[in-house]
Design a protein around this ligand. Sequence first.
Ligand SMILES: Nc1nc2c(ncn2[C@@H]2O[C@H](COP(=O)(O)OP(=O)(O)O)[C@@H](O)[C@H]2O)c(=O)[nH]1
Ligand SMILES: [Mg+2]
Length: 444
Amino acid sequence: MVLEGLGKSLRNVLGKIAGASSVDSNLIKEVSKDLQRALLQADVNVQMVLAITKKVEERALAEKPPAGKSAKEYVIGIIYEELVALLENGEGLRMEPQTIMMVGLYGQGKTTTTGKLAHVFSKKGFKVGLIAADVHRPAAYEQLQQLGEKVGVEVYGEPGKKDAPAIVERGLRHFRDKNIIIIDTSGRHALEDDLIKELKDVAKIAKPKERLLVLDAQVGQQAGPQASAFHEAVGVTGVVLTKIDGTAKGGGALSAVSQTKARIVYMGVGEGIRDLEAFNAKRFISRLLGMGDIDALLDLVGDEVKGAKAEALTKNMMSGKFTLRDMYEQMEAVNKMGPLKKVMGMIPGFSNLEDKVDLDQSQEKLRRFRSIMDSMTNEELEDPKIIKAGRIIRIARGSGVPASEVRELLKQYNQSKKMMKGMMGNRKMRKQIMKQMQGGDLGF
Ligand SMILES: Nc1nc2c(ncn2[C@@H]2O[C@H](COP(=O)(O)OP(=O)(O)O)[C@@H](O)[C@H]2O)c(=O)[nH]1
Ligand SMILES: [Mg+2]
């Protein structure tokens, strides 16, 4: 997940609120401090951090929750709103016929993103053409050509020629029958005058509806000044923040760009052709806060297990109860579902398993866990606390596994239970927040 560290600390902040006995000024002060720490660690600008936490404090102390809403839920809602406000910056890229020009310095990810965008549009059924107008970097044409091949999109270029505007002019003519044209342009180590001139000349000919600035998120808060400089030079209409997968500074880049009022349209989250995410502040923040995981899991559950069983399971979990039997049922459901890897990643406590073991092994482990549980009594399944040394030996013998494996299952159960508790807090929050602000539009 993008910005793993920030997500984790934000979820801790919300967990603290959810677990508090009551909301008072002490709790709010404490939460505000934690929020500050979380945002600063993600490289968000100090002034912005102070502003947002001040606002959260003021609102949390002054505003009264409307009837039917608890103080805790209301405070959590305020934090959500203020975080969204920090990043909210307009609409995404329109899925309609247009010409798009990519700009940015060397190595920021322009060419890669051009390929990714070509994939997005062609998947939607558009007729896409790519123009290779980076005339400075050797092999720029070949790089784009390769990406084009990968996604089945034609690339126009004139390797060896240096006149970018002329190439673009001929490319546009060549692509008369296309409805999405994306132009990859040259970069520099810095925004120099000759680059500005070249980009302006290309823009004059292509009249692109979108001029997308591609920015490496690793520059952190520097992304803000860079976005402003490019905007002044060539009139940026949107920003793509790349490499957000590999940096803890993503919070800095995101918030700094938002601050310039530039609209962030996409995030690059990996080197692969599919590693591009449309940016939406509400969805991004709700995901950071860990909302919706359970729903996504239940969505994946096949029809055969979706009925009464899933309902009973959810009800149990919502009430904070999570027995070994519940875990057993989850495993059953998981077994019927596949693709296992995806599902495993969504079950609290199992996500860490996902990376470490291969799939056949996980399947095998599930099978063994189930046979262990088959050797337990109802009482043990409902109340696993009572399973002490003597019972472990009996269960191990009954299911033909070493005692260590029974202990492993119990450990896994305790871990799942703990995480499930945390998530249930979030689910309640999520419902509340949805009702409160979105009318159901959180994008899940
Ligand atoms: N991890 C990661 N790497 C990326 C991303 N976008 C681009 N890259 C890598 O960054 C390097 C430079 O990208 P390139 O598209 O050639 O940059 P350009 O000079 O602006 O055209 C390449 O190695 C890409 O694979 C991203 O979102 N995540
Ligand atoms: Mg390039």
